[in-house]
Design a protein around this ligand. Structure first.
Ligand SMILES: Nc1nc2c(ncn2[C@@H]2O[C@H](COP(=O)(O)OP(=O)(O)O)[C@@H](O)[C@H]2O)c(=O)[nH]1
Ligand SMILES: [Mg+2]
Length: 258
């Protein structure tokens, strides 16, 4: 075995009612390959056992009561302790086993941002016909509007240096699903095509039920692309956590005191 990398990494998993998959997702993340690995759950007030399971698995749990996938990340990026950040859904769809090699690639090739393309290697059953079509449509629209050359605009697996978020221009503004495409648009625009790249990874069938509303989210994503293009996207809530968000590091997650 080679020595662990002398770096600190935070894997952020946003969760909303993922009790069926969160434990498996945490288990699937390789451990001991870097000196400091933080697994950070940003939970949107799940009413199921998500937080309890995550704590049992030794993850750090932070509650972000404000709704939304994007909102969870806009808090997670600020509170993550690692110098390198990796993101994934907590639903077993993304290949956690490639996390170490992606982080190594980022460092070895002096990159700032990697986004993982799911469309090239998607496994059977991972995306339904409608989702597949919606994804293609959104990705196509984003390519036409932004000319940024990203194949999969909706992927939720990114690997980047936390320091890129020191630049206010790199901080995504959207509190919902459109944050995903916003991340790639900002990265390509502000970091450039040499430092912000796309890599194909496997993508699998979801464990547990999705909360995504295919039509509603698809429409919001599409609208976001056009609004942002003409500078009409709005920031609805400020960057970072609320002061009183519970965090297992402070011992104030309800499940910790059971
Ligand atoms: N904290 C938080 N997480 C959310 C929210 N909505 C979705 N998630 C999580 O974000 C991830 C992506 O959602 P998912 O339903 O898998 O969307 P899809 O992959 O686009 O179908 C999952 O891990 C969800 O549990 C939310 O409002 N708050
Ligand atoms: Mg998912």
């Amino acid at each position: 075995m080679t020595d662990p990398l002398p770096i600190s990494v935070t894997v952020i998993l946003p969760t909303y009612e993922e009790e069926a998959a969160v434990g498996l997702t945490i288990d699937s993340i390789p451990k001991d390959w870097c000196e400091n690995l933080e697994i950070l759950i940003v939970d949107g007030q799940s009413k199921d056992r998500t937080r309890e399971i995550a704590l049992e698995k030794g993850a750090r749990v932070h509650i972000e009561p404000r709704k939304g996938y994007g909102r969870a990340y806009r808090t997670g990026f600020e509170i993550a302790k690692g110098d390198y950040i990796v993101t994934m859904d907590a639903d077993c769809t993304y290949p956690a086993e490639v996390v170490p090699e992606l982080v190594k690639k980022l460092i070895d090739e002096d990159l700032d941002f990697i986004t993982c393309d799911r469309l090239t290697k998607a496994e059977e059953g991972s995306m339904s016909g409608l989702h597949g079509f919606g994804n293609w449509m959104l990705s196509f629209t984003a390519r036409m509007l932004y000319w940024y050359g990203i194949k999969d605009s909706q992927s939720g697996m990114w690997v980047f240096r936390k320091s890129i978020m020191q630049n206010p221009k790199m901080r995504p503004t959207n509190d919902g699903m459109p944050l995903s495409q916003e991340m790639k648009i900002l990265a390509r625009k502000n970091l450039g095509k040499k430092k912000a790249i796309e890599i194909a990874v496997p993508y699998r069938e979801r464990v547990g039920e999705a909360v995504i509303h295919t039509w509603g989210d698809g429409w919001k994503n599409l609208r976001f692309l056009y609004f942002k293009r003409i500078g009409l996207n709005r920031t609805r809530s400020p960057w970072g956590p609320l002061e009183d968000n519970p965090d297992s590091l402070n011992g104030d997650i309800p499940e910790q005191n059971k």
